[in-house]
Structures are given as structure tokens and as C-alpha cells.
Design a protein around this ligand. Structure first.
Ligand code: NI
Ligand code: MN
Length: 230
């Protein structure tokens, strides 16, 4: 299993030979490790409609034929934009695509797609647990801390958790450390920080907060473009 951070909340997750691209905000992302033309996913998972998450998902799916997975409203929006293969779902549901199990889980945030001052699509924000033979990954999306994370940990036992630490729009280091305590993953990778000045954050501070809680977890701090393999 390989997890590559593309900057912000964008990740390439390879499990069982399937390339899963999550929240591909690449064009317009000052920290993007790849351009939209450099990715070749089988699946594209979108956590919510904000531009820094939906990103280039529609264009990438149209170019590559990848399947877009999203909450119903986002999936229908993508279909309306010309994406051929979509898998719509909703919170609490599980689907099997390309041999992987994809579970949509709650996130505490907002989700509307706003174009020219008009809301054109909504739904609620989500996170995902993606699992296969080689392992499982929880991408929390944009979220505040919630007790739901305890259930996500208990039910789906993700080995790797990708958690936002940037604060302002999501959890900060302190809340994210508490999330680690609830989820109990083996590895945690911080994300959604350092992209723009409003979410500048020191990942070492997150690591210190995790250590202070005495948690048995490996904190893996990546640079955009770097991978974690297990
Ligand atoms: Ni957002
Ligand atoms: Mn965001």
C-alpha cells in the first residue's frame, strides 16, 4: 500500500494495485506535487464541494475515464458536468468498486459548490475509509473533531489516518491529536496545512500534541510529493 501526499488534502492511495485519488485540488494549489495531467487514477473520491477538494476532479475523470465517488449531490453535479462514471452514495454506506471497499463517513464542515455567487450543488461533507487486502486508509476530509471518529476507529479499524491540522477551517493540532486518540490508527499523516497563510501550521506541534497524549501511533510528516509505504 502506498500513500502519496500531493499537497493540501490531495492524496494518491494505491491499494491492491488500484490507484485512488482523493480531493484532487491540483491546479491553483501552490503546493501541488502534480498537475492534473500527471495523474491517472482508477477512482476519484471527493469529500465535499469546496474548490480546494473538488478541485480538478471533473476534468480528471473526463480525461481518464476514472469513476468519481461522492455524496449524491456531488456525484449528480459531476454527472451534469459530463463525468460518465459516477458512484453516488451517502453517509454510513459502503460500496465495492474495483475490488476495494469504500465507506462514506461523517465530517463536520460545510459543502456547497458556489459558482458566480449561486449555490449550484450541496450535500454534506464526508470522509472516507478505503480498504483492500493490503490495508485501509481513513481520509477525514475537512472536519472538526467529533465523537464519530471513535465509531470509525472501532468499526473500520483504519491503519492509516489522514487528518487536517490547519485550524481555521478544520481541526488544529490539538483537536487532531485528540482525534488520533479516538481513531487509534497505527499511522497518522497530517494534511490541510501550509497551503495558504491562513492555515499555516507546524506539523511538529501536532506531533508534540500526540506525544503528550501518550498515544501508540507513528506520526508521519510528508512533504508534498512524498510517499509513505507499508
Ligand atoms: Ni472545505
Ligand atoms: Mn478545505
Amino acid at each position: 500500500m502506498r500513500v502519496t501526499w500531493l499537497g493540501h488534502a490531495a492524496f494518491e492511495v494505491e491499494i491492491d494495485g488500484v490507484n485512488v485519488l482523493i480531493d484532487p485540488f491540483l491546479s491553483g494549489n501552490p503546493k501541488a506535487a502534480k498537475s492534473p495531467d500527471e495523474v491517472d487514477p482508477d477512482l476519484v473520491l471527493v469529500t465535499h464541494g469546496h474548490g480546494d477538494h473538488l478541485g480538478d476532479a471533473v476534468e480528471i475523470c473526463k480525461r481518464t475515464g476514472a469513476t468519481l465517488v461522492g455524496i449524491y449531490e456531488i456525484a449528480m453535479y459531476a454527472k451534469g458536468q459530463g463525468v460518465e462514471n459516477v458512484e453516488e452514495m451517502n453517509i454510513g454506506g459502503t460500496i465495492e468498486v474495483e475490488g476495494l471497499r469504500i465507506i462514506q463517513v461523517p465530517a463536520w464542515h460545510s459543502s456547497e459548490i458556489v459558482e458566480d455567487g449561486e449555490i449550484v450543488a450541496g450535500g454534506t461533507p464526508v470522509g472516507y475509509v478505503v480498504s483492500g487486502e493490503e490495508g485501509s486508509v481513513y481520509h477525514a476530509g475537512d472536519t472538526g473533531l467529533s465523537m464519530d471518529m471513535k465509531l470509525i476507529g472501532e468499526l473500520y479499524e483504519p491503519e492509516v489516518a489522514l487528518l487536517p491540522i490547519g485550524s481555521r477551517f478544520t481541526m488544529g493540532p490539538k483537536e487532531a491529536a485528540k482525534a488520533v486518540e479516538l481513531i487509534e490508527p497505527e499511522v497518522v499523516i497530517p494534511m490541510h496545512y501550509g497551503t495558504f497563510p491562513p492555515i499555516d501550521q507546524d506539523p511538529e506541534e501536532f506531533e508534540r500534541e500526540v506525544k503528550e497524549l501518550g498515544l501508540d501511533v507513528e506520526v508521519v510528516i510528508l512533504e508534498p510529493g512524498e510517499s509513505y509505504e507499508r
